[in-house]
Design a protein around this ligand. Structure first.
Ligand SMILES: NC(=O)c1ccc[n+]([C@@H]2O[C@H](COP(=O)([O-])OP(=O)(O)OC[C@H]3O[C@@H](n4cnc5c(N)ncnc54)[C@H](O)[C@@H]3O)[C@@H](O)[C@H]2O)c1
Length: 328
């Protein structure tokens, strides 16, 4: 019999790519139905998954806010889910500095709503898996000489965003420790690829470059992020969901640490634009210096590793996608 899995936040960047490349794959479609919920905030666009919703009867969509405990309760009553993958979140660090409340409401309390309903189903019928999509930002920041984060690095989040994600991770952990709800957590580095909202770093740089407008670079531009192509991330999510051990955390990294300034320069070069478009602006408050992620546990235990190389493949593919949208 087919299983029904709840996917949250799949009108956004990572989730919509998950629908395209994982949920619609023939082998997966044969075994699973997916119910997608999204509140359609500024970051969610139903157009991102409209072709898939129109073409595939194993996908259903409901516009629901995960903060709405009654609607989430009714949804779990309607569908006897065998699992949840929670992509839904407020995800922009800059917005969390301006307005932190919504980050706690969605990322912490919304997650708690999902966990409580998951637990009720798990206790009623067993056979359940809950996957929480988290971030490497929960580990805090690194200096150049520090070793990359592992799954046992202590949580030390610095922004309201990462603090809300770390809080959600701890609530998830508690549901495993207290109730034995089969929870797994993935922590990934910065995703890049098609369908990201344009205020995030890589699409913003591309959009500004295409329009010959200044590319804003925080501080000195020396901050380092590890970049993972969104399809590599989503392959890892599915591996962890289907084969990960309950109660465990799995890091998913891209093996592509780059300084922000270098990424902006690569984009300018690929588009044939001058570096004079770079504009250094006041640094983000509490800006984490470096993220780097050790994913050898996921590699060893689940046979996953990132495939898409940053400069040679992923960045060009991403630039081509946004060029089609924005080039005049
Ligand atoms: N983008 C990254 O680089 C990155 C890195 C690490 C972790 N993550 C995590 O991955 C997940 C997805 O990130 P993304 O980049 O796709 O984010 P996104 O902001 O592009 O999309 C988030 C989606 O969640 C929906 N949403 C927001 N609040 C909701 C609510 N209350 N109820 C229901 N839906 C709601 C939005 O409408 C949107 O469709 C998030 O949990 C994020 O914390 C992202």
């Amino acid at each position: 019999m087919k299983q029904t899995v709840l996917l949250t936040g799949c009108a956004g960047f990572i989730g919509s790519n998950f629908v395209k490349t994982v949920a619609c794959r023939a082998d997966i479609k044969a075994l699973y139905d997916f119910v997608i919920v999204d509140a359609l905030t500024y970051a969610g666009n139903l157009e991102n998954i409209k072709p898939e919703l129109d073409a595939h009867s194993h996908l259903k969509f409901h516009q629901i806010d995960i903060r709405d405990s009654q609607k989430i309760h009714d949804l779990f009553k309607k569908y006897a889910f065998s699992g949840v993958i929670n992509f839904a979140a407020e995800s922009h660090v800059d917005r969390s500095i301006e307005s932190p409340n919504i980050f706690v409401e969605t990322n912490v309390l919304g997650t708690l709503n999902l966990l409580k309903e998951s637990l009720a189903l798990f206790e009623a019928k067993g056979n359940f898996k809950y996957l929480q999509i988290s971030t490497d930002e929960v580990y805090g920041t690194l200096q150049m000489e520090d070793a990359p984060f592992t799954e046992t690095t202590p949580l030390a989040p610095n922004s309201p965003y990462s603090a809300s994600k770390a809080s959600a991770d701890l609530i998830c952990r508690s549901f495993f420790e207290t109730f034995k709800l089969p929870v797994v957590i993935t922590r990934c580095s910065n995703n890049y690829g098609p369908l990201q909202v344009e205020e995030k770093f890589i699409p913003l740089m591309i959009k500004r470059a295409l329009a010959n407008e200044p590319l804003p670079i925080y501080g000195t531009g020396m901050n380092i992020r590890d970049w993972i192509y969104v399809d590599d991330h989503n392959e890892g999510v599915w591996k962890v969901f289907t084969n990960g051990t309950a109660g465990e955390v799995y890091n998913l990294g891209g093996a592509s640490e780059r300084q922000n300034l270098d990424v902006a320069k690569m984009i300018l070069k690929a588009l044939g634009k001058p570096e004079s478009l770079l504009k250094f602006v006041t640094d983000r408050k509490g800006h984490d210096f470096r993220y780097a992620i050790n994913f050898s546990k996921t590699q060893k235990e689940l046979g996953w590793s990132p495939k898409v190389r940053f400069e040679e493949e992923g960045l060009n593919r991403t630039i081509e996608h946004y060029k089609k949208l924005w080039a005049k």
